[in-house]
Design a protein around this ligand. Structure first.
Ligand SMILES: [Zn+2]
Length: 88
């Protein structure tokens, strides 16, 4: 806490918002493979979803071929951070 702030009488409300709401953007560029990430594939026939590097050769649900799978999204693998120590 700085005394100067109190003496200056500058109210906290004057702090401008720095975080502006961003429009929704994809987390990764569409033509860039995420490092270590996996792709979510969706069977267009039955809607089966699986996350892996490549779609399965045959859909385990409806037996549709690999080419019936479309890219549904990507999974970003982020490093797991250890839980911060709880200060109680
Ligand atoms: Zn299927």
């Amino acid at each position: 806490m700085t005394e100067g702030w109190l003496l200056g009488g500058k109210p906290d409300e004057q702090i401008p918002e720095r975080r502006k709401p961003r429009p929704q953007q994809p987390a990764v560029e569409t033509n860039a493979e995420p490092a270590g990430g996996e792709i979510v594939w969706r069977c267009v026939v039955c809607g089966y979803l699986c996350a892996r590097k490549e779609p399965p050769a045959v859909c385990p649900i409806c037996k549709a071929k690999k080419d019936r799978f479309e890219e549904f999204g990507k999974i970003l693998v982020t490093e797991k951070k250890p839980d911060p120590p709880k200060a109680t």
